[in-house]
Design a protein around this ligand. Structure first.
Ligand SMILES: [Ca+2]
Ligand SMILES: [Ca+2]
Length: 458
């Protein structure tokens, strides 16, 4: 390549030159001023890659072999900056939604999805109070609606048909969907021998498989409707034995049951619309003990009830250990009060939650407020919470981009910004076929760089 053709464009990192203009320049300058040292790091990394590109690549890259051209038809070369779903066959929407969620902590605002659980039984009534009435009061719908399949099982035949159209409509209005599953006891009652759930040839196994079949059917109905689900099964597995029948199993038995469900749903049932949420209860020691592995989990979270102490102390009670797993993190079940005792109505200031997230757990990508007394609707300052600049409401859920954005969005977070330019430079020289070859001339060079820069400055 011609060095002269690239060097002038690299002036973008010095805030001069004609390529820095319009919205991109504005957002870049904003990022630079806010992120400070982080942007300086990007500057050095980017320049290092420019220098590497200048010295190690030429305009005259080899012509593609027939084999490589055949591979091109299989899709783009994946970039290191793309977060992979645990299920390799996850739908494109599932993959893009996970990347969007993963990148939320990179933002300066609109970075925490607001969530409200709407219960399980009598779902329609609970949806009306917790979600709709809340929107009437605040002018905002929460970005994420939650429910639990408990009380929607085979013994409660009317609840699921009642919930299904509400879920689909919420999704079609840009809302995200979280479904927990406090599964019925496959042993009927009492202690369950967890090893039996993955070993055919016993009555407990047979009942468990019947429950999995029934649940898979419901999730398949959502897949048919195009709904991606944040799927949160076997939650709070580190609580005391009396809390849920799957609690305090042996580590290996629990991991086996999780992986068995994962394989059954993704391989046998081809449910490619699930993002798998690992969600223990708050603990200073055991939040990662039952982690089934990065190949079986997309998002990590925890149940957190704050009592009178707004999120301080969460670092050593789950946040540090869970975020270290390298997955997006969530307050996947949140509420004021203790686990067993909810607060009185209208005694908790809900703005405390987002203020606590900013101070103590800023990597939080979403929260899911629990229902009834703990719900946003039943406590104070719902408007203060939902109008905070960090909060994402349903109107602000923007994971689904236009075709043009998809084409240039290298890190798949549905935004065109400095991160894409950084990743482009980091991946300079990627063998074609590559999505970095924007002009489709089988070479990744300064021409593609110019196209990206011009796109970002539109
Ligand atoms: Ca992007
Ligand atoms: Ca090219």
């Amino acid at each position: 390549m011609s060095k002269d053709s690239l060097i002038p464009n690299s002036k973008i990192f010095f805030f001069s030159g004609p390529v820095v203009k319009g919205k991109f320049a504005s957002s870049f300058l904003q990022l630079f001023s806010i992120l400070g040292l982080a942007s300086v790091t990007i500057f050095f990394v980017a320049n290092a890659y420019i220098q590497k590109a200048l010295t190690s690549h030429s305009e005259n890259m080899p012509v593609q072999s027939e084999l490589e051209l055949a591979q091109a038809s299989q899709g783009y070369v994946l970039q290191a900056s793309t977060i992979q779903t645990a299920n390799p066959n996850a739908s494109e929407d599932s993959k893009r939604l996970l990347n969007w969620i993963s990148n939320l902590p990179n933002r300066t605002d609109t970075r925490v999805i607001s969530g409200q659980h709407a219960g399980s039984s009598s779902f329609e009534r609970q949806y009306q109070t917790h979600i709709v009435d809340l929107s009437v009061r605040t002018g905002k719908y929460v970005g994420l609606m939650g429910l639990d399949l408990a009380w929607m099982d085979r013994n409660h035949a009317t609840d699921w048909p009642e919930a299904l159209p509400i879920i689909i409509d919420y999704w079609n209005q840009k809302g995200l969907i979280s479904i927990s599953w406090e599964a019925p006891n496959p042993a009927g009652s009492g202690i369950v021998n967890m090893a039996q759930l993955t070993t055919p040839g016993n009555a407990t196994y047979n009942r468990w498989m019947t429950e999995l079949e029934d649940t898979a059917r419901k999730l398949a109905e959502l897949q048919t409707a195009g709904v991606v689900v944040l799927w949160r099964p076997l939650l709070e597995m580190n609580l005391s034995r009396s809390s849920h029948w799957w609690c305090q199993a042996s580590q290996q038995d629990f991991v086996n049951v999780w992986r068995h469900m994962f394989d059954f749903f993704t391989k046998d049932k081809e449910l490619n619309n699930l993002l798998w949420v690992y969600s223990p209860a708050t603990s200073s020691s055991s939040t990662t003990y039952y982690y089934p592995g990065g190949q079986y989990v997309d998002i990590v979270g925890q149940t957190f009830y704050i009592q009178n102490n707004p999120l301080s102390g969460i670092g050593n009670r789950g946040y540090n250990a869970l975020t270290a797993l390298g997955k997006p993190y969530a307050l996947s079940e949140f509420g004021p009060g203790t686990g067993s005792t909810p607060p009185a109505i209208k005694t908790f200031n809900y703005q405390t939650l987002i203020n606590g997230i900013k101070e103590y757990c800023p990597k939080t990508t979403y929260f899911m407020s629990w229902y009834e007394e703990r719900a946003i609707y039943n406590q104070n300052n719902a408007s203060g919470l939902l109008n905070d600049s960090w909060i994402i409401t349903r109107e602000e859920v923007d994971w689904k981009p236009t075709e043009n954005v998809i084409f240039y969005d290298i890190n798949n977070d549905s935004r065109l910004d400095i991160l894409d330019l950084t990743y482009f430079l980091q991946n300079w020289g990627t063998p074609t076929p590559s999505r970095l070859d924007f002009n489709n001339d089988k070479i990744i060079n300064s021409a593609d760089y110019k196209i990206l820069v011009n796109t970002l400055s539109l």
